[in-house]
Design a binder for this molecule. Structure first.
Ligand code: UD1
Length: 428
């Protein structure tokens, strides 16, 4: 079991280049099963993260030819993919469900099981099912297996009860090969949805409206190959912005699309952070942080739930009181209990966290309970007095490419230790 050992009181200095967005890569890799041209798809700016490798394994299991080297993926779906995904692979990550829409569209049938994922509360997939049924699929469940059957998908007008990111993407990938027109209302507007639309358009799909409330799709007979560069990871960029603010450092963040972080920058500025923006770069300077009345997570363009945990670290170390409301996920405050061990003053009441800023965190042994909670604990450890050990960092590797190396380049004293029981022996 690997862990990070952090020698605290770091002040981050330097620069970091942002890699491709995890939340774009996964649906786009799934969409590549729609390519029946026999030519290969090339994807660049691919982050070397566990979730990408799990999706690669799933595509290979389905019979696709997939190669990854130097942040580039080539994917060839010239063999007709299998319609079944093994239970083991389905349970490795939540995003395995992205295969349902495109496999159904390409093959007319798909067999999956319920997906795995982060421990951040219940994550139903009813909206995915309802939408696919509206397109003509018949979905049945037996002994935990989900079988969807649709010899012919037919375009439909669908209203999502909630702008779910995954359901929007799954339905887009199903509708691109459905007969006639599909109109998706109340869809998610995340930049990753726009990235998926651009990829599908590159394959020959007719999709318009991503980034707004309504997406219109006209089905086509078949889709082909294309080359596509994945957009930068706004959540990784936000993680580094917050880490710089918390440590009182000065950091240049390169290769970002700053407008994707508008809500984050606005809230950080409200808390006193000094951030300048130039084209595809952001600079954060040493700033005095104060609490904010309220941060509420919302669907894009609101404050992202994926940065709620890092933001909690920042506000727990700011002068004064703050309130955080988690409106997207039911149980996404587990990091608060870990942060309390580091001297954070946080009270949780349902979906609200009440923070009383403290001057300093104390190093402690803490556990990454999910991907973003893990990143937050690393930030907390960078700022804390003394030594912090973050356990279960596999969660962090799911979504950040060698996070410790980016921090080391900015001067941080953080080490990956292969075996938790050898922390002392490693001289950490
Ligand atoms: C995606 C992101 C994740 C982010 C989340 C919210 C990817 C790979 N992951 O996850 O990083 O935290 O968006 O921005 O892109 N819901 C239902 N029924 C459904 C689907 C969703 O009730 O069928 C609910 C969920 O329980 C949750 C809310 O809708 O409360 C948002 O979920 P959703 O937008 O679907 O998140 P994901 O696509 O799973």
């Amino acid at each position: 079991m690997e862990c990070f050992v952090i020698d605290g009181k770091n002040i981050l200095q330097g620069s970091v280049t942002i890699k491709g967005a995890k939340n774009s890569v996964l649906p786009i890799m799934a969409a590549s099963v729609l390519n029946s041209s026999g030519e290969k798809i090339e994807l660049t700016n691919i982050p070397d993260i566990i979730d990408m490798h799990v999706m690669k394994k799933i595509l290979e299991y389905l019979g696709l030819d997939v190669h990854y080297a130097k942040n580039t993926l080539s994917i060839n779906a010239k063999n007709r993919p299998s319609h079944t995904i093994s239970d083991d692979l389905m349970s490795e990550m939540r995003s395995s469900i992205f295969l349902m829409g495109p496999l159904l569209a390409r093959l007319g049938k798909v067999r999956v099981t319920y997906p795995g994922g982060c421990s951040i509360g219940p994550r139903p997939i009813d909206l995915h099912f309802k939408g696919l049924e509206a397109l003509g699929a018949r979905i049945t469940e037996e002994n935990g297996s989900i079988f969807a059957h649709a010899p012919y998908l037919k375009g439909a007008e669908i209203h999502l009860d909630f702008p779910s990111v995954g359901a929007t993407e799954n339905l887009m990938m199903a509708a691109v090969l459905a007969g006639g027109k599909t109109i998706l209302h109340n869809v998610a507007k995340e930049p990753e949805i726009v990235d998926l639309q651009n990829f599908l358009s590159g394959m020959g799909a007719v999709v318009r409206g991503a980034g707004t409330d309504t997406i219109r799709i006209t089905g086509v007979e078949a889709l082909g190959c294309c080359s596509h560069r994945i957009i930068p990871d706004r959540i990784a960029a936000g993680t580094f912005l917050i880490a710089a603010a918390v440590t009182g450092g000065e950091v240049l963040i390169k290769g970002v699309i700053p407008s994707h972080l508008d809500a984050v920058v606005a809230k950080m500025r409200e808390a006193g952070a000094s951030i300048d923006i130039f084209d595809d770069k952001m600079v954060i300077r040493k700033s005095k942080l104060r609490g904010v009345e309220r941060v509420c997570t919302l669907p894009y363009p609101g404050f992202p739930t994926d940065l709620q945990a890092p933001m909690m670290v920042m506000l727990a170390l700011a002068r004064g009181n703050s309130t955080i409301v988690e409106s997207i996920f039911e149980a996404r405050f587990r990091h608060a209990f870990e942060l309390r061990q580091m001297n954070a003053h946080i009270d949780i009441d349902g979906r609200k966290a009440f923070l009383q800023g403290v001057k300093e965190f104390r190093g402690a042994e803490v556990t990454a309970t999910d991907l973003r909670a893990g990143a937050a604990l690393v930030i907390a450890g960078l700022a804390a007095e003394g030594k912090t050990i973050v356990r279960d960092i596999r969660h962090i590797d799911r979504g950040y490419e060698r996070l410790e190396q980016d921090f080391q380049r900015m001067g941080a004293r953080i080490t990956r230790v292969r075996d938790f029981s050898k922390v002392e022996a490693a001289g950490c």
